[in-house]
Design a binder for this molecule. Structure first.
Ligand SMILES: [Zn+2]
Length: 346
């Protein structure tokens, strides 16, 4: 769904394509609270060396850094081609996780990042170019698949998995692989600390494709993505009139904005991914794709205007399962973010 109809996961762009009234800065996967929780877990799992490197290079803890990649969505391209951080008067709440990045130096860093990551691909809402960097947050692999594969529809070379690998390359001291422009390790840490959250939000990796009657469609059979069938990472699916994607961006209220002892314990029990660090992001995406299958178990879909309505045979069971999945995924994301940094800086 992506290259053709990319969705900003965790608040996608497709939403905008589909005419949902989300503003430009609306893409906030896991919400900022989820990204803070992920960073907070990782902060507590770093080796002494990794913690020192993060403090020295990044200048923020990972909990603070987690929302940065959503904050840059407030950088708007001006008529003269320059890029300026622009607050949205209709959504002052977008600024909540971004205040630490509004110093002159940090704001310039955000504007510079967006300027360098705007044209690598075209990502439009209607006729308005939204900037390639907004695609780094998601993949849209059909939930019928059992693994992430770069050959599948809904993936591309500027997707979530590729972007994650790009940050890891930079942190390993290698050049930023095209099409990404990640100028230094600080920027790589900002981007990685966010994308590890996105990579574990099931609606940012797996996607449902539906025909007009609400039946599942398999884009690997049709070998193309019909825009009419794509749900934009569940942004065009409604659960009791609520955007199903954003429902998954929300985390359980009791978690607040930081790790809990229970989450930290769960994170410490997350098994390591074997093999080379360069292959981990694909393994994580496969894992999350299977979780997306789980998230849609028992769901049925019906047309609802230009969108689809989702229903569950046992709604209470679905809600309990979603709560458990979110906690599990946040723990995995935090553990795996720490694992990357501890591997780079043992
Ligand atoms: Zn995101």
């Amino acid at each position: 769904m992506f290259a053709k109809f990319p969705i900003l996961r965790w608040y996608p762009a497709l939403v905008i394509l589909l005419g949902l009234a989300l503003g430009p800065a609306s893409a906030h996967a896991w919400g900022y609270k989820g990204h803070r929780v992920v960073g907070s877990i990782a902060d507590q799992m770093l080796t002494a060396n990794a913690r020192q490197q993060v403090a020295h290079i990044l200048g923020f803890d990972l909990k603070t850094a987690g929302p940065w990649l959503d904050c840059v969505k407030s950088v708007a391209r001006q008529a003269d081609g320059t890029f300026v951080y622009t607050t949205n008067p209709n959504h002052p709440e977008y600024e909540t996780p971004c205040t630490q990045f509004r110093t002159a130096d940090e704001q310039q860093r955000m504007e510079d990042y967006v300027a360098r990551n705007w044209t690598q691909c075209s990502y439009k809402a209607g006729n308005v170019e939204r900037g390639c960097h907004n695609t780094y947050h998601f993949d849209d692999v059909a939930i019928q698949r059992d693994r992430f594969d770069r050959n599948y529809q809904g993936t591309n070379d500027h997707d979530l998995v590729a972007a994650t690998n790009a940050t890891i390359a930079v942190l390993l001291g290698r050049p930023s692989p095209p099409p990404f422009s990640i100028k230094d390790k600080k920027e790589a840490l900002f981007v990685l600390s966010h994308l590890m959250g996105d990579l574990h939000q099931p609606m940012h990796v797996g996607s449902v494709y539906l025909d007009k009657a609400g039946n599942l469609v398999d884009p690997e059979v049709t070998h193309t993505i019909d825009p009419a069938t794509e749900t934009a990472g569940a942004n065009s699916i409604l659960d009791r009139n609520r955007n199903f994607h954003s429902e998954w961006d929300d985390i359980p209220d009791d978690l607040g904005e930081a790790s809990t002892p229970e989450l930290l314990m769960a994170a410490k029990a997350v098994a390591a991914i074997p093999g080379r660090i360069e292959n981990w992001s694909v393994a994580w995406a496969t894992d999350t794709l299977l979780v997306a299958q789980e998230a849609f178990t028992g769901a049925s879909f019906a047309p609802s205007g230009s969108k689809w309505a989702i229903t569950f045979g046992d709604r209470d069971a679905y809600l309990r399962q979603a709560d458990a999945i979110k906690r599990r995924q946040l723990a995995k994301a935090g553990a795996r973010l720490a694992a990357v940094l501890n591997t780079i800086w043992p």
